[in-house]
Each structure stands twice: as structure tokens, then as C-alpha cells.
Design a protein. Structure first.
Length: 219
């Protein structure tokens, strides 16, 4: 039985509904079925519950991700290994987040300079907003663990509502760019205010979680 809060998610062009998982025909790709029917096969578990909530919060972006997945399946079929675009779309759908932050924070994040990002520039986080998108990430945060990492995409700081962010993000998802995985990994429990333990001085010294930027040697 589908939870009543997951009855429909509205986007431009019509609503997306939710259906029991066994409605998905055997041999039919999940993403293709959603695109063709505007119905999301849903299991009675936390993972799919969060997926439904994200459909409600980001209907345009979820529909855009689904559109590109379905187009790739129609063109190439379901392969044993996803191509670069489908892989990137899946990574963001499962584990993505959007960060609106001053440039100084983004510079530190891209450099994996965790000391600067979370300690030296800590006051700047009052001007930032991290919005989680990935439903698998939301599920994992029910039982938080320090190593949890989000794949973060940059959004303009001027966007001031989730609806506007959804509209902007749906337009930003373009195949050429997203096939390159334009995301930056960030341990979400390092964000100031997100986890009490990160107030401790040695929290960010854990190199197994806050890993330095890897320099690829030139051959």
C-alpha cells in the first residue's frame, strides 16, 4: 500500500503518481516505466518514502532526471554498465545535494581544504544553505555516520525558495555537462550546525573522512 502522503507530485504537464512496486512489469526498466506512465513504482520502505518526498519537493528536477534516463534507455537499451550520463544522473538522484554558498566556501570545498571550509571560514556558513536531494542520502541520515558524503552541485545564492530552486535545477540538468559529474564530494556531517560532534577541535582531523585533494601525477 502506498503511503497517503505520496499520492501525487505535480510538475508542469501533469501529476506524477505513485503505485505499488508490483505494478512494474517484469523486464521493464524502472525509469522508462515512470516516463511512460507518470507512475512511480514504490515499495513500503524508508528508501522509497524519501524518494516520494523528493518528488514532492522537486517535481520538475525529478521529472528532468527521469526524462534523460528514459531517453538514454530508449537510445542504448539497458546495459550491464550505465553510460556516463545515466551514471551521473543516478549518483545525484541517490546522493546529491545543492549548496548555495559564498565563493570562498566553494573555493575551499573544491580544494578539499577542510580546515578552511569548516573551521577558518566557519562564520560564512551563516550565509550558506545546503539542500539535500538524494533520497538514499536522506535514508542514511536517519542513522548518521561521520563518513557520509553528499555529491554537491553549486546553485546561485540569490535563489530563495525550494520551488525556485527546483525550477532552476531542472533547467541546469543538461546532458553534456552532467555526463562529466559536475559534483563535489562533501562530508555532510562536517557542515556547521548539522552535527554536534563537529564542534570538537579534532573532528576534522580524521583523514579517513576529510581526505586531502588528490594530485594526479603527470605521466
Amino acid at each position: 500500500m502506498v503511503h497517503p502522503v505520496l499520492q501525487a507530485a505535480t510538475f508542469e504537464g501533469g501529476p506524477v503518481g505513485f503505485a505499488p512496486q508490483d505494478e512494474l512489469p517484469e523486464g521493464t526498466a524502472y525509469e522508462q516505466y515512470i516516463w511512460d506512465t507518470r507512475r512511480v513504482p514504490t515499495r513500503n520502505n524508508l528508501h522509497d518514502f524519501f524518494n516520494g518526498l523528493v518528488w514532492h519537493q522537486f517535481p520538475h528536477t525529478k521529472r528532468r532526471l527521469n526524462q534523460l534516463q528514459a531517453q538514454a534507455i530508449a537510445a542504448d537499451g539497458v546495459q550491464a554498465v550505465r553510460g556516463p550520463l545515466r551514471d551521473a544522473l543516478t549518483v545525484f538522484d541517490e546522493n546529491g545535494a545543492v549548496l548555495q554558498a559564498p565563493d570562498a566556501l566553494w573555493d575551499a570545498l573544491r580544494a578539499r581544504d577542510w580546515q578552511a571550509l569548516f573551521v577558518d571560514l566557519r562564520p560564512l556558513w551563516r550565509e550558506a544553505r545546503l539542500v539535500l536531494f538524494g533520497h538514499a542520502l536522506l535514508e542514511k541520515l536517519v542513522s548518521p555516520r561521520k563518513p557520509m558524503v553528499a555529491h554537491v552541485y553549486q546553485a546561485p545564492v540569490a535563489i530563495n525558495s525550494v520551488a525556485s530552486l527546483d525550477a532552476w535545477l531542472a533547467q541546469a540538468v543538461q546532458p553534456g555537462l552532467w555526463a562529466t559529474k559536475p559534483f563535489t564530494p562533501m562530508p555532510v556531517l562536517g557542515v556547521p550546525g548539522w552535527w554536534p560532534a563537529n564542534e570538537a577541535p579534532g573532528f576534522y582531523a580524521d583523514a579517513q573522512v576529510f581526505r586531502p585533494h588528490r594530485v594526479v601525477p603527470v605521466s
